[in-house]
Unconditional design. Sequence first.
Length: 402
Amino acid sequence: MSADALWLELGLLVLAIWLVLVFARGGFWRCLDRDDLSHPPFPTQWPSVAAVVPARDEAAVIAASLASLLAQDYPGAFHVVLVDDHSGDGTADVARDCAAAAGRAESLTIVPGAPLPEGWTGKVWAMAQGVAAARKNFAPDYLLLTDADVAHVPDNLRHLIARAEQGGYGLVSLMATWRCRSAAEQWLIPAFTYFFQMLYPFRWVSDPRRAIAAAAGNCMLARADRLEQAGGIESIADALIDDCALGARMKSDRPIWLGLSQRVRSLRPYPHFADIGRMVSRSAYAQLRFSPLLLAAVTAGLALTFFAPVLLAFFAPGLAGLCGMAAYALMSVSFAPIQRFYDLPRWRALTLPLIAAPYMVYTLDSALQYKRGRGGMWKGRAQAHFINSARAARKPIGTETP
């Protein structure tokens, strides 16, 4: 086969990839699955809600996050349960002071974290303790599972409940708007959301006819009875990517909804590229099920999808070059809406091949950290190797570590 024929085959393949992504992947890139584009009517009776906030060494952000929860203008019964997951920076004290300053001390319950059992990931264990305390003390109709590093606008809970009640959803989840101030954040954070949407098209997640399921751990409102019927938090005890695991469990029983939101905003700063790298590396290899074959396939797929169009556009002859240009144009068009969502210049959409390169490096680094026994590192806990080994050995979940 001649070189020109090889170029043409590559060009046609790359163009086909982008035609499928843009026109047959649930319109993931259009950013139309948002909580501000439709407004379900408020219910006539407001169900009770308990927010569960797992927190480990979050003293720097917990006051702003907790204040936003305590300021919810929710007409029904609402309580916040914060699980202090062995923090060493006074997270619980900051939380108490915040609630007292807001005059809402009675609305906050702080649960000291118990020792981490064998077979559980840290955040999921903290969530489980919070859910157990909420059920025991308040018997809520809904559980708001939210991170300690996000802030909610005052009407967020009302709109979450309205959507859940009208749609009959077992789970309503919002992907928070991340901070986008530093150079690292402006270059890489919109792409993180874009790639997540590509993996889990939100429209398909919300479609009960499709099997694909996901959620965003920043903000997940779950019907308490449906969560229990789906197996409870303990059913995802060993999940490193706990939000998507919970979304899959909940969708097996009842429809779920996932969307972008400006009502929930991340408070955690990522001032340097290395900070974002650590965040991505923490779970990327777990997403690939710790498989070297999947890692190789994804690396090749990234190169083919994001780098090959540029190569073809600049170096391939004839029709192959035109295919590369067309693929690059489709890529740039698809990346523009998320730039607009983050109020960034549209011309950044042209830079997606450059942005994809560090994500490839972070994915490879995730596998390397796993091989070094540091996979899933978060707040001093490296959980990936232990959890994967336990799964391979089929060890029981829920027994305490000696």
